[in-house]
Ligand binder design. Structure first.
Ligand code: NDP
Length: 289
């Protein structure tokens, strides 16, 4: 939680870099955290194409930048750009947060964000089996924290099965859960307590290939996507009577962890999440009217 607003104001520059970046909610989230905590900050969204991160980071730092969030498609590149990595970022081989000081330090707060939001939803992780759809950058960030949370089995299923196998091979030494890689037509049977959609299929309005998914009545469906992109999976889950959640809570929680790294104070993520949900619902209702 934030302390009472500070009696001094620090004006410093932060940003999120990625491509596309125009619709990022990060500027809104960090501005709201700053307001809560009495920290004056400037937070921008900067479009950076793959291959351009190192130069963009140096430029931003020269202009007074103190921290960056990194999103698609730059998280792997950010792990190369950082001079030092946290344990979470080194394990993931991907970075979503850069701290720009005497050295550039990379961290990955995606997994912490996911676990905090699952806790908020009351999803029990210890001893459970988790089915993950997708094998991209986001999955790299969440495997370690799921293992730490005590899950017993993780099946990583991807359209390009070879990519799932390569990812699982890279995480073979992960302590705790049994790891399995598979394609959508060769899904391992188990009583999955949690299905995580980490594919970007919903961005194009599509469902990932869910027809053969081995879900039971008690499987909780968590989509990393949010807003209209999460609608296809939400409808699919609802039609099967499955409880589900979108990834807005994860987005706010991973941002709260970045904020803590940069400023040393924990914002009230729940309050910002609530207000974002109200805003998104209001703009969806406006579009329908
Ligand atoms: P990547 O681009 O690295 O990976 C995309 C994944 O989606 C790949 O596994 C790809 O499969 C799969 N995919 C894409 N289209 C389809 C489709 N039509 N059917 C089946 N699979 C498909 O993205 P990330 O892993 O970085 O992120 C995944 C999603 O999660 C993104 O949309 C991102 O916005 C979201 N995200 C949300 C966060 C949050 O805080 N809520 C945090 C991080 C990510 P293949 O390899 O076969 O191409």
């Amino acid at each position: 939680m934030c302390p009472d607003p500070f009696d001094f104001a620090v004006s410093s520059r932060f940003a999120v870099m990625g491509q596309p970046i125009r619709h990022s909610l990060s500027p809104q989230i960090h501005t709201a955290f700053g307001r809560q905590c009495g920290i004056a900050l400037q937070y921008e969204a900067i479009e950076v194409a793959a291959g351009g991160l190192s130069q963009a980071v140096s430029h931003f730092q020269a202009l007074g930048g103190r921290g960056l969030n990194i999103t698609v498609p730059l998280k792997r590149e950010a792990a190369q750009t950082a001079q030092r990595l946290s344990a979470a970022a080194a394990r993931a081989g991907a970075v979503n947060t850069l701290l720009l000081g005497d050295e550039v330090v990379g961290d990955n707060t995606d997994g912490t964000g996911l676990i905090r939001d699952l806790e908020r939803q009351g999803v029990a992780l210890a001893g459970s089996a988790v089915l993950i759809l997708g094998a991209g950058g986001a999955v790299r960030g969440i495997l370690g924290p799921l293992a730490t949370a005590g899950v017993a089995l993780i099946a990583v299923v991807n359209r390009d099965e070879a990519k799932a196998r390569a990812l699982v091979d890279e995480f073979r030494d992960l302590e705790g859960p049994r790891l399995i890689a598979a394609g959508f037509d060769d899904l391992p049977a188990a009583e999955y307590g949690l299905l995580i959609n980490a594919t970007s299929a919903g961005l194009g309005g599509a469902l990932p290939p869910v027809a053969l998914l081995p879900v039971g009545r008690d499987t909780f469906v968590y989509d990393l996507l949010y807003g209209p992109a999460a609608a296809p999976l939400k409808s699919w889950a609802r039609a099967r009577g499955l409880a589900s959640a979108d990834g807005l809570g994860m987005l706010v929680e991973q941002a709260a962890e970045s904020f803590y790294l940069w400023h040393g104070v924990r914002p009230d993520a729940g309050a910002v999440l609530l207000s974002l949900r109200e805003q998104l619902a209001a703009s969806a209702a406006k579009e329908l009217s």
